[in-house]
Write a protein that binds this ligand. Structure first.
Ligand code: NDP
Length: 321
C-alpha cells in the first residue's frame, strides 16, 4: 500500500492513511483516528471532524483537533498502537478486525467493554496508560430512545445476530434492565457462546432461536411495544433478504436495523409495510461516535453536525455509486 505524502497539506477526512504515514507524521495538533481493515467504507472522520469543527467555535482548545482513518491489518495492530501512543494521539476508534485483538494491549478496561469482550474506543493517557471502552451499546440505547422513545428498562426485545454488535447490544439491554430478550442467529455455535457470556438477573428472561426455525410462541408472547433489532450483516447488499418475517407481527412494534447503508434494507421495508415504526443504524453510528468523542474531550458533543455530515457523505456515495 502506498503512503500518503504528509508534507504540506493536512490529509482530509476522505484520505485513507496507512501505518507508513506515521513515520512522517508532523501534525502538531491533537490527533484521533479510526483503525480497521478494510476502512474505505468508514465515515467516522467526516462525523467526528464535523463535531470538532462545531466544538471549536465555542472553545478554541478544539481548533487543532483532527480525526483520521488508517487502514491497519490484523498483524499490524500491536506495533501500530505503540506508534500512535508515542506520537501523542489522544485516542482511537477500532473497527473490524481489531475490537477483540486489542484487549491484550490494554492497561485498563471499562467494565461494560470487559463484559462484551471487545473495545471500540481507546484512550492514551499522559502517563502512557492505554484504556479501552465500548460505546456501541450506549450509542444504540440513545438511538432507540431518540427514534422510538423506547426505554430499555422493562423492555421486550428480539435481537437478531450473535456477532460483536449483537454482543454489545445484548449486554447493554440486560445491564439497563430489559425484562425479556430473545436472541436469534443463523448458526447455533456463535449464539450459544453469546448466551453463555450473558449475565441476566433472575427477573430477566433470555431465550434463543435459530433464524430458520422461529418458535411459534415467540410472537404470541409479544405485545405491540416489542422491539426487533437487526444486528446481523444480512442487508448490507441491496439484494439481501430480511432475517425476520414481520407478517405475523403485532401492529405498533418497532424495528431497528444497525445497518445504515443502504438506508432501507429489506428488513426495514418489510417492517414498515407491516405497520411497524422503523429506523436504520445511522443514529447508533452517530451516538456511539459522540460517546467516544465525549470520553476523549471530556466535553459535551453536538450531534446535529454529526448527523448532517453523515447524511451528506452517504448521499454523495449513493450519487456516485
Ligand atoms: P459480525 O461479523 O461479528 O457478526 C455478523 C452477524 O451476522 C452474525 O450473527 C452472523 O451469523 C450474521 N450473518 C452474517 N451473514 C448472514 C446471513 N446471510 N444470514 C443471516 N445471518 C447472517 O459483525 P458485527 O456484529 O460487527 O456487525 C453486524 C452488523 O451490524 C453489520 O451489518 C455492521 O455493519 C452493523 N453495525 C452497525 C453499527 C452502527 O453503529 N450502526 C455498529 C456495529 C455494527 P453467524 O453467527 O451465523 O455467522
Amino acid at each position: 500500500m502506498n503512503s500518503t505524502k504528509l508534507t504540506g497539506k493536512l490529509p482530509g477526512s476522505d484520505a485513507i492513511l496507512v501505518p507508513e504515514d506515521l513515520r512522517n507524521w508532523s501534525f502538531p495538533g491533537s490527533c484521533l483516528a479510526v483503525l480497521g481493515h478494510p476502512i474505505g467504507h468508514s465515515i467516522s472522520p467526516q462525523i467526528h471532524n464535523a463535531a470538532l469543527g462545531e466544538m471549536s467555535r465555542h472553545n478554541v482548545d478544539f481548533r487543532d483537533w483532527r480525526y483520521f482513518r488508517f487502514d491497519v491489518s490484523s498483524g499490524q495492530l500491536k506495533e501500530c498502537l505503540a506508534m500512535f501512543s508515542k506520537l501523542g494521539f489522544r485516542g482511537l476508534n477500532l473497527t473490524i478486525p481489531h475490537k477483540v485483538e486489542a484487549l491484550e494491549a490494554l492497561d485498563w478496561i471499562d467494565s461494560e467493554a470487559a463484559e462484551i469482550g471487545a473495545v471500540n474506543t481507546l484512550v492514551f493517557r499522559e502517563n502512557g496508560r492505554c484504556e479501552g471502552y465500548n460505546t456501541d451499546g450506549q450509542g444504540l440505547e440513545r438511538a432507540l430512545k431518540e427514534n422510538f422513545g423506547f426505554p430499555l428498562r422493562g423492555g421486550k426485545i428480539i435481537l437478531l445476530g450473535a456477532g460483536g454488535a449483537a454482543r454489545a447490544a445484548a449486554t447493554r439491554f440486560l445491564r439497563e434492565g430489559c425484562s425479556e430478550l430473545w436472541i436469534g442467529n443463523r448458526s447455533s455455535e456463535r449464539m450459544e457462546s453469546l448466551i453463555k457470556a450473558l449475565a441476566p438477573n433472575k427477573e430477566q428472561k433470555v431465550q434463543s432461536f435459530l433464524l430458520d426455525n422461529v418458535p411459534p410462541n415467540l410472537l404470541l408472547s409479544f405485545g405491540p411495544s416489542t422491539l426487533v433489532v437487526n444486528a446481523t450483516s444480512l442487508g448490507l447488499a441491496r439484494e439481501d433478504d430480511s432475517p425476520f418475517d414481520f407478517s405475523q407481527f403485532p401492529e405498533g412494534g418497532m424495528a431497528y436495523d444497525m445497518i445504515y447503508n443502504p438506508a432501507e434494507t429489506t428488513f426495514l421495508r418489510n417492517a414498515r409495510t407491516n405497520g411497524l415504526q422503523v429506523s436504520n443504524g445511522l443514529s447508533m453510528l452517530v451516538h456511539q461516535a459522540a460517546r467516544s468523542l465525549r470520553i476523549w474531550t471530556g466535553s459535551e458533543v453536538p450531534v446535529e453536525p454529526m448527523f448532517a455530515a453523515a447524511k451528506e457523505v452517504l448521499e454523495e456515495r449513493v450519487n456516485t455509486a
